[in-house]
Design a binder for this molecule. Structure first.
Ligand code: SAM
Length: 407
């Protein structure tokens, strides 16, 4: 009889990742080590290094736990996504990424590729390079933000009327949750502070109905200048009409777009420069505690891990009145986003870690909403897999006392 196709279950049960590497890729007598590996590496070297096939992302399908075919690619792609059916391959690959002493030794092959590329002595460079392209890239520096973040290009790519990556699903999520919080939910007061505004206004359109003053802020002068253009009705300002219209419809005033824009302009009192990573993010400016701090698509940009995210939340407490509100909305499980050709890293966050961070920072969580990303188009531009909204409160001092006595 014809041989049958090996089932997935057999792969899951019987495929030994390490044994495969030893049998096929071992230095001296691996079955693929000579002729086949040379064939692959020579053709990929010609394609990537000499042939000009290059770009942002290379997806390697069915990687197993092997790296030999990715070595030339790591020179010409910013990121490499590896994939496989089997967890055991992922685990074995991970060992190599983490320089685990028990990881498979690919030195003989790395050496060969280095020689092909005319860099016989650069084995370490090539393997480190491959590791960084596969692993999460390091956190984007503030200097990179200052040099490379183009405010106008960000708005067009993410909030453009026709095809902005955030225009439908993300924006709907934000304006719906903020409408419920501000207009229906009774969160209101004297001052709202928006942290990491960028040059965006969409998340402030409901807030302007229930706060007397809005302070906006960002790390970048570039964003302040672009925001200012909108306030001043500069003909070159970004056109937010499509989103203003959606919010007006949500509020039952479909035709009042101009009035809404006017109202928001009149409530925005200042644009401050801030840095989330400073203990006092507005230093040297003194900001009195506010009724509500809003933060939309920001904290995953500067924070390198959840510890740092939690630190930022702790520092925010000095900016919020006792009993005041903290509203954070952002993407889940993201690693990066692009503005033009420039890549910016994102901290990958999830429900459990986020809630832990809010609690550890001393907030009471009033409401948390999580939703998966439904439309995956634009994934190559921004790779968030879901979205979250957390409404938390800074406890009043009496509440802190009760909590400390476990009451
Ligand atoms: C993805 S954009 C989001 C902008 C806007 N909130 C929106 O929803 O469209 C991330 C923003 O975070 C800002 N940012 C990056 N690092 C920061 C830091 N250390 N402190 C404050 N803002 C920062 C950037 O300047 C950028 O405007």
């Amino acid at each position: 009889m014809d041989t049958y196709v090996t089932s997935q279950q057999k792969y899951i049960n019987e495929f030994d990742a390490r044994q495969f590497l030893q049998t096929y890729h071992r230095a001296k007598d691996g079955i693929l080590t000579g002729e086949f590996t040379i064939f692959v590496m020579k053709h990929l070297h010609e394609t990537f290094t000499k042939g000009g096939v290059r770009g942002h992302t290379l997806l390697d399908f069915g990687t197993g736990a092997a790296i030999y075919h990715l070595l030339s690619a790591s020179e010409v792609f910013d990121e490499i996504i590896v994939s496989d059916l089997l967890e055991q391959n992922r685990a074995e690959f991970q060992k190599w990424l983490e320089k685990d002493p028990d990881a498979f030794d690919w030195t003989h092959i790395i050496k060969f590729v280095c020689e092909l590329e005319g860099n016989g002595s650069l084995q370490k460079h090539l393997s480190d390079n491959l590791r960084t392209e596969v692993m999460d890239t390091p956190v984007t520096s503030q200097q990179k933000y200052i040099n490379e973040f183009n405010a106008k290009q960000f708005l067009q790519t993410y909030h453009g009327a026709q095809d902005g990556v955030l225009t439908s699903e993300w924006t709907e999520f934000v304006i719906k949750n903020l409408h419920e919080t501000f207009i229906k939910g009774g969160v209101r007061g004297d001052t709202l502070l928006d942290f990491g505004t960028g040059a965006s206004i969409y998340h402030l359109l409901s807030a302007c109905e229930v706060f007397d003053n809005i302070i906006v802020s960002d790390l970048l002068e570039e964003n302040r200048a672009e925001f200012q253009k909108w306030l001043e009705k500069d003909p070159d300002a970004f056109d937010w009409t499509h989103i203003i219209k959606c919010v007006c419809e949500l509020e039952g005033n479909g035709d009042d777009c101009d009035k809404k824009a006017e109202k928001l302009c009149s409530k925005v009192k200042e644009f401050l420069i801030c840095d989330a990573l400073k203990g006092k993010p507005f230093d040297p400016v003194d900001v009195s505690p506010v009724d509500c701090l809003l933060c939309c698509l920001c904290l995953e940009a500067p924070c390198k891990d959840m510890k740092s995210y939690c630190e930022v939340l702790k520092n925010f407490k000095d900016l919020i009145k006792p009993g005041g509100h903290l509203l954070v909305l952002s993407g889940l499980n993201a690693t990066r986003y692009y503005v033009g050709a420039n890549r910016f890293s994102l901290l990958s966050s999830n429900k459990e870690d986020l809630e832990k961070a809010f609690k550890e920072a001393g907030y009471q969580i009033e409401k948390a909403v999580y939703a998966p990303r439904v439309n995956n188009s634009g994934m190559e531009v921004a790779d968030f897999r879901g979205k979250y909204f957390i409404h938390a409160r800074k406890p009043r001092s009496s509440q802190i006392l009760l909590d400390s006595f476990g009451l």
